[in-house]
Design a protein around this ligand. Structure first.
Ligand SMILES: Cc1ncc(COP(=O)(O)O)c(C=O)c1O
Length: 371
């Protein structure tokens, strides 16, 4: 394999077992609401140390469904963070909620519990912490706060399959958690897909109906719903890939350690933090880099696809700003500062030693030559 890496993330290959599982579904003639979706729900919930898994058509629809089942409606405030993929905020807006932004911690890039505390108002209905880049938000602190105020918490775990705090996995802390199976994710399929995990029996039952037009039986509709079903083919692929998720995460963590060691002596680079008792699964390996934009240009010339995730803080987008989102009086200085220095280096499980050396050497050369 060439050491050059023009794209920062490669799609994890479809295994032979997954290909066979797809053929089996095709031959079964059962494409919607069959055994694959049902078993994936059970298996993924078990993986997350939760009771139920309700499949959905994407991570975005999983988030939306969770917000609606949590009771979010017109004008309800939902506290989240501004440095996330747009789907987090779009799901809140689609549910009728008013996004309210809390700032993040400067080293973990995740929700700062103190900022969350000041963002909560009598109109707050739910909190959506995001486990950014594969590191969980500080769930013990967030849950303690939410429980004291009787608020629903929905983990946006779309980037954090298998991440842990104190050996408790993403999906096991909050009332509900949404995951994505988009092709670049740690656990993925060959199209769109997602799941909501919960240990609440009532939520699980209502989520199941909500994603299937509120149906109790074929023509019996017990409440409003819509079609957010996952197809049997996508579920069959995810089930096969779930079997190798430990290897996937292990490879990512080894790659992260190689980066940590190789970049340690560069004063202009801050490697990502993995707080004690946390298990980072490195969906992305994201550093804070001085002269970030010059570094990106330099890496691009070497055909290394580093990227900025995410280049905008969402409260500044015109359509989000026009909805009058909640902001702290001091603004969101930490999120804004991170955005100017953040840089995601190539990260995927099949990255080779040679490729990693090539990337690290290029970063060393850049800072040697630019100082
Ligand atoms: C943090 C976050 N939230 C939500 C989503 C939405 O997931 P999907 O693309 O499956 O709709 C993603 C996926 O990219 C994500 O990274």
């Amino acid at each position: 394999m060439s050491p050059k890496l023009p794209i920062p993330r490669t799609i994890v290959g479809v295994t032979d077992e997954a290909k066979k599982a797809v053929v089996d579904v095709l031959e079964s003639g059962r494409f919607i609401k069959g055994a694959q979706v049902e078993k994936l729900g059970e298996e993924f919930a078990k993986f997350c140390q939760a009771k139920h898994g309700v499949c959905a058509s994407s991570g975005s629809t999983a988030l939306f469904a969770a917000l609606k089942i949590a009771g979010v409606g017109l004008g309800d405030e939902v506290v989240t963070v501004p440095n996330t993929f747009i789907a987090t905020v779009n799901a809140i807006i689609l549910a009728g909620g008013r996004p309210v932004f809390a700032d993040v911690d400067a080293r973990t890039f995740n929700m700062d519990p103190e900022s969350l505390r000041s963002a909560i108002s009598p109109k707050t209905k739910a909190i959506v912490p995001v486990h950014l880049y594969g590191l969980m938000a500080p769930m013990p602190e967030i849950m303690e706060l939410a429980e004291s105020k009787d608020l629903v918490v929905i983990e946006d775990a779309c980037q954090a399959h298998g991440a842990e705090i104190e050996k408790k996995r993403a999906g096991s802390y909050a009332d509900m958690a949404a995951f994505s199976f988009y092709p670049s994710k740690i656990l993925n399929t060959t199209g769109d897909g997602g799941i909501i995990v919960t240990s609440n029996d009532d939520y699980a039952e209502r989520l199941e109906r909500f994603g299937n037009h509120g149906r109790k039986s074929q023509y019996e509709y017990s409440e409003f719903g819509f079609n957010f079903r996952l197809s049997e083919i996508q579920a069959a692929v995810v089930r096969q890939h779930l079997k190798r998720i430990d290897d996937e995460i292990g490879a990512r963590r080894r790659t992260a350690r190689t980066y940590d060691n190789a970049l340690e002596e560069i004063a202009e680079i801050e490697s990502p933090e993995e707080p004690k008792a946390y298990k980072h699964v490195y969906y992305l390996y994201t550093v804070l880099a001085e002269k970030r934009d010059l570094l990106l240009d330099f890496l691009k010339k070497k055909q290394i696809g580093a990227s900025v995730e995410y280049p905008v803080v969402l409260h500044e987008l015109d359509y989000v700003a026009s909805l009058n989102p909640g902001l702290p009086p001091e603004g969101l200085p930490v999120s804004e500062r991170c955005l100017r220095r953040i840089c995601a280096l190539p990260m995927f499980s099949s990255i080779t030693e040679e490729q990693l050396d090539y990337v690290c050497e290029a970063i060393h050369t850049f800072y040697r030559e630019s100082n």
